[in-house]
Design a binder for this molecule. Structure first.
Ligand SMILES: NC(=O)c1ccc[n+]([C@@H]2O[C@H](COP(=O)([O-])OP(=O)(O)OC[C@H]3O[C@@H](n4cnc5c(N)ncnc54)[C@H](OP(=O)(O)O)[C@@H]3O)[C@@H](O)[C@H]2O)c1
Length: 246
């Protein structure tokens, strides 16, 4: 039996891309998945698909930029499944742009979703994990969390930030048996580049993403981190297309 069997896993950003693929992969291995995102129709369809394949899934419409909604999400998971074993902090946006274009609203959205959303997720699950002295918090960074390119300044800043937060969390909570994992993908074929509003830049990204690999590759990496024995923490993984030049 997989060690993923009966683990309760909250996944933010489960309505598409990496989050959706992760939910499917985990549910197929017997996890009880709690799906969160803003688009209810997508969550409902995914829940139905998982259930049709014999898996267990519930969902809650959640905006990760709301501390209250993240708390409610954790409470819902506890009410329905009795515990939270893993949080996958996956929701994210990437409206890349040059700084001189002053896309201040997009900077704020990236900071709110990619950084504050991760912090609110940690805040929501940590009390029950500390109480049980068991848990695993997985956060999506990026290759852009290790390097900065023209137009990636703010997005990269958010992905560096979540690495710093996760490393701090690891040092604070290791003694409570709470594991942390940073997953850093390269180009993955998802809806992420749709958030780029600069049309020239979007075209450049479409070119870069010609070599993009499928979300299932990241889902498998997340499963690998979860299924290690409790005394083994996979702290960081970078998964990128073989041909990626970044
Ligand atoms: N694709 C890549 O090349 C790549 C590379 C490195 C890192 N990543 C990271 O991987 C993660 C997943 O992205 P993806 O590639 O799978 O992109 P995606 O297909 O666009 O998925 C992003 C998910 O985030 C959710 N989301 C966005 N804003 C939200 C909010 N305010 N509240 C709740 N959910 C929100 C979206 O759902 P709703 O719109 O329904 O809310 C969606 O489910 C992100 O953190 C991203 O930065 C991706």
């Amino acid at each position: 039996m997989s060690t993923i069997q009966d683990r309760v896993v909250i996944i933010t950003g489960a309505s598409s891309g990496i989050g959706e693929a992760t939910a499917k992969e985990l549910a197929s291995k017997g996890a009880k998945v709690v799906l969160a995102a803003r688009r209810e129709e997508r969550l409902k369809k995914l829940q139905e698909k998982i259930q049709k394949n014999g898996g267990q899934a519930i969902y809650k419409v959640t905006n990760v930029t709301s501390h209250e909604q993240m708390e409610e999400l954790a409470e819902y998971a506890l009410k329905e499944f009795g515990k939270i074993d893993v949080l996958v902090n996956n929701a994210g946006v990437m409206p890349q742009s040059f700084l001189y274009k002053k896309k201040i609203e997009e900077w704020n959205t990236m900071i709110d979703v990619n950084i504050k959303g991760v912090l609110y997720g940690i805040a929501a699950v940590l009390p029950s994990m500390r109480e049980r002295k068991s848990g695993h918090i997985i956060t999506l960074s990026s290759v852009a969390g290790y390097g900065v390119w023209p137009a990636s300044s703010v997005y990269s800043a958010t992905k560096y930030a979540v690495r710093a937060i996760t490393e701090g969390l690891r040092k604070e909570e290791a003694r409570n048996n709470i594991r942390t994992t940073i997953i850093s993908p390269g180009a993955i074929s998802t809806e992420l580049t749709e958030t780029i509003t600069d049309t020239k830049l979007k075209a450049a990204f479409d070119e870069l993403y010609k070599d993009a690999i499928e979300s299932e590759n990241i889902a498998r990496a997340i499963c690998f981190a979860i299924e290690q024995p409790p005394e083994v923490a996979v702290s960081e993984m970078m998964i990128r297309p073989t041909h990626e030049k970044l």
